[in-house]
Design a protein around this ligand. Sequence first.
Ligand SMILES: Nc1nc2c(ncn2[C@@H]2O[C@H](COP(=O)(O)OP(=O)(O)OP(=O)(O)O)[C@@H](O)[C@H]2O)c(=O)[nH]1
Ligand SMILES: [Mg+2]
Length: 414
Amino acid sequence: MEKVLLVVIDYKRPTGWSAEDIADELKELVDGCRGETVETFICRLEKPSAPYLIGKGKVDEIAGMCGMIDVDTVIFSQDLKGNQQRNLEEKLKVKTIDRTQLILDIFARHATSQEGKMQVELAQLEYLLPRLVGKGIALSRLGGGIGTLGPGETKLEVDRRRILERVGKLKRKLKDVVSSRSLTRKRRRDKGVPVISMVGYTNAGKSTLFNVLTQADQVVRDGLFTTLDSLSRQMVLPSRQKVVVSDTVGLMHELPHHLIESFKATLEEVKEADLLLHVLDVSCPNFRQRYEAVLEVSRELEVAGRPVITVLNKIDLCEDRSFLTGLDRIVNNPVAISAKNGENFEALVDAVSKQLAALIVEIDVKIPIGRMDLVNLAHEQGQVYSVKYYNDSIHLRGSLPARFAGVFLKENLG
Ligand SMILES: Nc1nc2c(ncn2[C@@H]2O[C@H](COP(=O)(O)OP(=O)(O)OP(=O)(O)O)[C@@H](O)[C@H]2O)c(=O)[nH]1
Ligand SMILES: [Mg+2]
């Protein structure tokens, strides 16, 4: 097993994550790569230094540690620039990578679908690009293993232009994936079927809940980033209303931006959802920070403000549950459940039914003749029952998600 020394950079993070929380999560990421964390070095950082990120004295200290204990890889909790990585490797004499590379590595290990693999490769290449210096590429990494898995040795040696070409090609292919997906969604929408999408921190229990709701058999595992693809399944509510539920990739705090960018094709599903189920593992001591981290990524995905139910999951693991009652002041629309033993499931289904009932509204409006864009919007986002054109107005009847209704009502000539 690859032996890992973690270097956790300690500074006051505005997000409230402590160095210990960061270290614990890094250890889980290392586990996910089948590595073994043998030592953790917490390093206060007053001011980043250009050559090594951390001060030279600290580098010497770490080099001493690497000499004493058997270490194959050093992993930094902060992103390293290309030159910093090279300087550190020269000093430490072992492979040195950063958290982003570690996360990319897990993704590379877990990607099984064509789409997942393309997205991971794109993220890896985008990570690599700014780290290519001059004409030659100092990419021959020390050793193999964690952080070196991915685009493959031959590709690592090709020059910048070839990488750029590959990036362009991957982006084009992924765009095709997005457009074929949006066709499927359009068909679904035409049938008036609402979409519910899981979101949440990795390992929160999204796939477990998805399986219970839809009788699917998504892989469930205690570990980070088990699910990388989106999967949608139908669910029938007690009212007999059909809905589509989709499970997708988990999120994490300070998720590398490239990764979010690259996974846009998969995350499109979340963007199209009428209702989000934000699954939160409340048995985890820093669940509040995790909640905030997911909101942060939601903002980036432009789904902040979407109707949401916060599923407070894993309550079977909470001995004292008194804290749950106060959570409605902090999180949006909470329902506490255990996805594993089914506790309080009815309350969740009930909350989902109520939310959905409020989501679709009927419209019967007369809008100005110039607003064909609104007719198109109604066709795209909802169901149009009838459209009649008059000299100076359009009479439109249909139903559509409540979030689009405002503009129709504003333009209504009565
Ligand atoms: N005790 C307990 N464990 C749960 C519960 N829900 C999920 N788990 C466990 O938590 C772990 C992660 O569950 P998953 O459903 O794979 O989590 P996920 O959110 O899909 O994770 P990723 O796909 O990796 O982002 C598994 O070991 C589950 O068995 C729960 O309500 N109680
Ligand atoms: Mg999952």
